[in-house]
Design a protein around this ligand. Structure first.
Ligand code: NAG
Ligand code: NAG
Length: 452
């Protein structure tokens, strides 16, 4: 008892004295990083170009969902490894939007690390098999609650509105829903007075519609365009090269694209990984068009992509960890601005084709119950629990008027008839396209009618 009291008194004395040696005693929760902004086709930290050096971080994977930012011991363990790797960014696919993340976000900030966050969870997401019904107010409420939980942190770099919703040419009919979700998230950030944290989509590694999706997410009125575009890429399998991997074509294809681009997953593991692509990714071969990327993935989850093996509370670095650390440490960023394009700007919408099942740029209007969150806030999220949202009703009942997602026009365009009248009063004549994919017109109208 005596010695305990003495230790406590000593600790209290140490804590009360602001010396440089005390921060180790308790994690800080108030660290702050300069927010990342978008300029032209690049990210910036103040006046310096910012390149993501990141990993995808979801210990437990999707089968054993854990929010790594809700557990101080876990995040402390992993952040030490992130520092060893030399990272400045991590991506998390799913978080618990009811948990407190102050400590871990503060520890990330202390380490100079930003977060790219997916707002979805397996049960609260767009269903690629039935996108219309899954775009609904219950779904939007939960992802807006995730925005509420993370918008306050200066080191929240970006939000992903969706991940690999489209995974072949047949599912390109999901694109209008992905784009509508992106629009709604951007409107929510603006309407709630948050910092305009960049919002964009993470596309699957599919050559046949990658460029179309990128153009689509950056076409149309400003309220409907993304802040960046990202895709997963496993085409560089060591030993390889800029041309052998086809990355030269991916630079060529995207030259002139008006948004920042990065690889949201990379690291082909066909052969032993040396991460030779790191040299190329942060060289001027790539940096006029790309802003770095995120290695898949931090923890070994059974598919041999892991950099560490987690066992109980320990995370043991594997050979790939050392290889990545070495690749990063010998690769500096280009000097100056890396040849970025300061112009930026919109793309043309892709034409409907065998690879692209979207006829024009019209989007579903935000479901009316979700439009109300712009004013009232979303309220509490469901966390990692919940019954799921994909069939909960409260879907969109009409086509959005271009501009309806802008922050100054909050809550306009919530149904076909309301959209028409508000649009005519807002902007005179509007061209109301039929719903995007034939067949879905019917499904959409029917679901909407059934709910009335
Ligand atoms: C470049 O774009 C064309 C046209 O969309 C596409 O056919 C090709 O596969 C793309 N190349 C790469 C490497 O993505
Ligand atoms: C810069 O971006 C603009 C707008 O996207 C584009 O028109 C122009 O061709 C780009 N310039 C270069 C050198 O890529």
């Amino acid at each position: 008892m005596k010695s305990f009291a003495a230790v406590a008194a000593f600790a209290a004395a140490v804590l009360a004295t602001p010396t440089p040696t005390t921060p180790e005693l308790a994690p800080r929760a108030s660290a702050s990083l300069e927010p990342i902004t978008v300029k032209g086709n690049a990210f910036f930290k103040g006046t310096s170009r910012f390149y993501m050096r990141g990993v995808d971080w979801q210990p437990g994977g999707s089968s054993n969902l854990v929010d790594p930012l809700a557990d101080t011991a876990l995040c402390t363990r992993d952040i030490a490894n992130f520092k060893t790797l030399g990272l400045n960014t991590v991506r998390i696919y799913t978080v618990d939007n009811t948990a407190n993340h102050d400590t871990c976000m503060g520890l990330l900030a202390d380490a100079g690390i930003y977060l790219v966050l997916d707002v979805n969870s397996p049960l609260y997401s767009i269903n690629r098999a039935k996108p219309g019904p899954s775009y609904n107010a219950v779904y939007l409420q939960n992802i807006f609650a995730t925005i509420d939980a993370f918008a306050k942190y200066s080191n929240t770099l970006a939000f992903f509105s969706g991940n690999e919703v489209i995974n072949d040419d047949l599912t390109t009919n999901c694109a209008p829903y992905v784009k509508a979700v992106t629009r709604d998230m951007r409107q929510y950030l603006g309407s709630r007075g948050y910092r305009q944290i960049p919002v964009g989509y993470s596309a699957a590694d599919v050559n046949s519609n990658r460029l179309e999706m990128a153009q689509y997410m950056n076409c149309g009125s400003d309220d409907e365009r993304s802040d960046f575009f990202a895709f997963n890429d496993y085409s560089w399998c060591d030993p390889s090269s800029f041309t052998t991997s086809g990355w030269d074509q991916k630079v060529k294809n995207f030259t002139g694209y008006g948004l920042p681009l990065f690889l949201s997953e990379y690291g082909c593991n066909t052969n032993a990984r040396q991460f030779e692509e790191v040299t190329s990714l942060y060289s001027t071969q790539m940096t006029p068009v790309y802003s770095g990327g995120l290695v898949y993935e931090y923890s070994e989850e059974g598919s041999k992509y892991g950099l560490v093996q987690i066992s109980g509370s320990t995370a043991k670095p594997l050979a790939d960890f050392t290889a990545l650390q070495s690749a990063f440490s010998k690769t500096a960023n280009p000097s100056g601005d890396g040849g970025y394009n300061s112009t930026g700007g919109a793309s043309n919408c892709p034409k409907k084709s065998a690879n692209w099942d979207v006829a024009d740029d019209s989007l579903p209007a935000i479901p009316s119950a979700a439009a109300a969150f712009m004013k009232s806030g979303a309220g509490t999220g469901v966390g990692l629990q919940g019954k799921g949202s994909q069939n909960s009703g409260g879907t969109s009942t009409g086509t959005a008027a271009p501009g309806s997602g802008s922050v100054t026009a909050v809550a306009s365009g919530t149904s076909a008839s309301a959209t028409k009248s508000s649009a005519s009063s807002l902007q005179g004549s509007m061209n109301f396209q039929p719903m995007i994919v034939s067949g879905l017109v019917v499904a959409f109208t029917f679901v909407g009618a059934a709910l009335l």
